[in-house]
Design a protein around this ligand. Structure first.
Ligand code: PEP
Length: 260
């Protein structure tokens, strides 16, 4: 099944007021590719300004699982929505690592975001050590299983609100990318897990690849089966780097003959 492609940018801890102009440039260029969903996950402090400036979906990079309360420095799903976000990343490996986020916490965050009406990009991925041990698929499958939302008071179907991003940790920001065979094997395993978890909708949940995606390698990655888009870090900061990735997604859609 060919799903509508999603290309989402993760600006991480980059971006100041002046960069709203770049977000506007990205949004304007993205309009040229109506058959691809494009979104930008920006630092929390920029969400409101970005969401006011563009029609492009703007997201957070993390969310707290609680509705409110004594959680200094944290941001709830309602706060994200209130600021104008329509989606959020959860479980990025930089947070799983630096903030010691567990699978259970990631799951709770996904559930809180979905219940509040936010779309969710749930990240999973293995370390280089795990990849070299030959246990990448089993490890990432277990991580996904433990992180997937089971409670989701969603008005829309889970496949409309949830996307999974496979991001091998060793590929993030390194310029290294798994082979297409490795990506295909992992995405197939994740698809099987999604179908087991959500028998009605699992086949329609988008699985993004993330880790050193660039204009120069995007077409090859998008050609892999069960790759339904990309989560892009460094190359999402500038229109001239990001839009070629969106264009590659659009070309993949066109080549498959399934443009909406
Ligand atoms: C990311 O951190 O989500 C990511 C994919 O980063 P990069 O594209 O820079 O590897």
């Amino acid at each position: 099944m060919t799903l509508r492609m999603l290309v989402a940018g993760n600006w991480k801890m980059h971006g100041l007021s002046d960069d709203i102009a770049e977000i506007q440039a990205i949004a304007a260029a993205a309009r040229e590719y109506p058959d691809v969903d494009v979104a930008l996950c920006v630092p929390a402090i920029l969400i409101e300004r970005a969401a006011r400036a563009v029609e492009l979906p703007i997201g957070g990079q993390d969310v707290h699982f609680a509705e409110q309360g004594a959680h200094t420095g944290c941001i709830s799903a309602r706060m994200l929505r209130d600021a104008g976000a329509s989606l959020t990343i959860v479980g990025h490996s930089e947070r799983r690592d630096a903030q010691r986020e567990s699978d259970a916490e990631v799951k709770a965050k996904a559930e809180a975001a979905l219940a509040c009406g936010l779309d969710v990009i749930l990240c999973v991925g293995e370390s280089l050590e795990v990849r070299n041990s030959g246990k990448a698929e089993a490890t990432v499958d277990a991580q996904l299983q433990a992180s997937l939302p089971t409670e989701h008071g969603v008005a829309r179907s889970i496949s409309e609100q949830l996307a999974v991003a496979y991001e091998p940790i060793w590929a993030i920001g390194t310029g290294k990318v798994p082979t297409t065979l490795e990506i295909a094997a992992m995405h197939r395993a994740l698809r099987e897990r999604l179908i087991l978890q959500y028998p009605e909708d699992g086949a329609k949940i988008r699985i993004l690849y993330g880790g050193s995606v660039k204009g120069s390698n995007a077409a090859e990655i998008f050609g892999v089966s069960d790759v339904d888009g990309a989560l892009v870090g460094g190359a999402s900061l500038k229109r001239d780097d990001f839009i070629p990735i969106v264009a590659a997604a659009a070309e993949t859609v066109e080549a498959s003959g399934e443009a909406a």
